[in-house]
Ligand binder design. Structure first.
Ligand SMILES: Cc1ncc(COP(=O)(O)O)c(C=O)c1O
Length: 407
């Protein structure tokens, strides 16, 4: 059986979906054809030949992706595996971590850490605002005994679409003179949003390959700054598979991956990095995401009326450039998602973690025709659902794109 999806929703009459489906969920993202092609290549000898150079090349280029001169580990596993690598190499059971709640994912990281015996304290937040740096500073000042060993936060939370201000959080930690490690989940944001690991004083950054980095899911990354590397010496509850020491053997690719390397993913990452370079580097990639993010925000602003669609995130400058969670007001989100999915071939993300809305992804390999198609189809779905709209969101998004087309 293949995965051809011929299912319909109960309301289907005439379906317009039969063309190339547009998957606009916040990861896995759209994979470039150049990356997909290398996944079809046969497997080589893993101990010698060009795959070794591919692995070295990917490892050489990864620090620049997070803007760090520190070391990086590649995990054959998803973002959850990278979370575990980060905490198991730096913390012990019984150590306290402070999870900065804003949306869902930092909290889940905390929940998984708790399974390993880590004492998790959540600094409460909500689904509509970024983490408040003042609250972080106050909590850390109150921790005079320095019980808190690490701070866990998501740069972009994929449930709420909030973007936390990592530089401001670092400043809050510094202002409190607190020594905790600062660990940042950049799983949604890496390759989409500006990330300056060293400049922002991030001790551990984490990403997956399946979002801004444009490679099918299965590999994740842990970038390690010097302070986190030093914390390793105190970590007594290390997990064999994730242990950094064995993976540091630079003469042995098999050891670096703790087993067989993820060969197809390494080839795909090399192509993805070539695509980033061909675009003009990370600054150009971040700029494209900023424009596409502006276009989505222009569309939602135009659609918005009281009681109608609105942003999940209250503060305009805390809305991410890689995913936007839209609350649908009087229109129920799930019938809307079904409508555009089964009748028009557009798959937008479902609301998760109790957030009643839809998530529009604009991460990775996305350009104006893909985005305007997404917004236009969503607008058609809203109109067909009887939603009251302020004005055409597509027209507003088109204006944003037009301003960035240079003649
Ligand atoms: C911000 C964030 N953190 C962590 C995760 C978990 O990553 P994974 O599903 O690869 O384990 C996700 C997944 O969507 C995410 O968006």
């Amino acid at each position: 059986m293949t995965e051809i999806d011929s299912s319909t929703d109960s309301t289907s009459r005439t379906s317009l979906r039969h063309g190339r489906e547009m998957v606009a969920i916040p990861g896995p993202s759209i994979i470039p054809d150049e990356v997909l092609e290398v996944f079809a290549r046969p497997m080589p000898d893993l101990y010698e030949g060009p795959i070794i150079e591919t692995s070295h090349d990917v490892r050489r280029r990864l620090p620049a992706i997070a803007r760090t001169s520190g070391e990086v580990f590649i995990v054959t596993g998803n973002g959850h595996a990278a979370w575990q690598m980060a905490t198991s190499n730096t913390l012990n059971a019984g150590d306290k971590v402070l999870v900065l709640e804003a949306g869902r994912f930092a909290t889940v990281w905390g929940e998984y850490s708790a399974i390993s015996g880590i004492d998790v304290e959540v600094l409460p937040g909500d689904d509509h605002h970024p983490v408040n740096p003042d609250a972080v500073e106050q909590r850390l000042r109150d921790d005079t005994a320095h019980d808190i060993k690490a701070i866990l936060v998501a740069h972009v939370d994929t449930a709420s679409s909030v973007r936390n201000d990592i530089a401001a959080l670092r400043a809050a930690i510094d202002a409190s003179n607190h020594p905790a490690l600062f660990m940042v989940d950049c799983i949604a944001s890496m390759g989409c949003e500006r990330i300056e690991m060293d400049e922002w004083g991030v001790d551990i950054a984490i990403a997956g390959c399946q979002k801004g980095l444009m490679v099918p899911p299965g590999v994740s990354f842990v970038w390690v700054g010097p302070k986190a590397a030093r914390a390793y010496a105190q970590a007594k509850d290390r997990v064999g598979y994730f242990d950094w020491e064995r993976r540091r053997d630079t003469s042995n690719e098999y050891a670096y991956y703790a087993g067989t390397p993820p060969i197809a993913h390494l080839r795909g990452l090399q192509v993805a990095f070539d695509l980033i370079d061909a675009e003009g580097g990370l600054d150009a990639v971040w700029q494209r995401h900023a424009v596409l993010g502006d276009a989505v925000r222009a569309a939602i602003s135009a659609w918005s009326v009281p009681g109608g669609v609105s942003f999940c995130i209250a503060e305009a400058d805390a809305r991410s450039n890689c995913v936007t969670t839209m609350l649908t007001g009087a229109t129920e989100p799930e019938p809307l998602r079904s409508l555009v999915r089964y009748q028009a071939g557009l798959i937008v993300g479902l609301g998760i973690a109790g957030i009643d809305g839809v998530r529009i992804a604009h991460m990775g390999h996305v350009n104006p025709p893909m985005l305007l198609g997404t917004l236009g189809t969503l607008e058609a779905g809203l109109v067909a659902s009887g939603a009251e709209l302020g004005a055409s969101g597509v027209a507003a998004a088109t204006q944003v794109i037009a301003r960035h087309l240079q003649r």
